[in-house]
Design a protein around this ligand. Structure first.
Ligand SMILES: [Zn+2]
Length: 121
């Protein structure tokens, strides 16, 4: 556990604190972002995929599109669910974000014909 300063009141806080113990601001170490982009060449072009963070729907991702989710620091479970006419495909990852960190993912079409969730940064 490392220490950082609150973005609002400059108190010394844990970099994993969800709220500042002095002023109560959320994500006192600075917000993080999770960026996802989806390749255009995936099958199921008309079907958005739903992006869940810790089980909560946060965004829909269209083919060729990209989205960003703002969040605090901490550990998260990422779920990307594609609903196709013949199946539902779920791509998952767990990540641990430090304050102000930016995680980038790409949804790609695998050479074996499946979908892959690839962390690129
Ligand atoms: Zn504070």
């Amino acid at each position: 556990m490392a220490l950082t300063t609150c973005k609002e009141c400059s108190a010394e806080i844990s970099d994993s604190a969800a709220t500042c113990p002095r002023c109560g601001v959320a994500s006192p170490g600075g917000s993080c972002s999770i960026l996802l982009s989806r390749a255009k060449n995936l099958a199921g072009r008309l079907h958005p995929c739903e992006v869940y963070l810790d089980g909560v729907l946060r965004a829909e991702l269209v083919p060729g599109g990209s989205i960003g989710i703002e969040t605090g620091a901490g550990a998260f479970h990422l779920d990307v669910v594609m609903t196709l006419p013949t199946m539902t495909k779920s791509l998952t990852d767990t990540l641990n974000l430090l304050p102000k960190q930016e995680a980038r993912y790409e949804i790609r079409y695998g050479s074996w014909g499946g979908y892959k969730l690839v962390r690129v940064a």
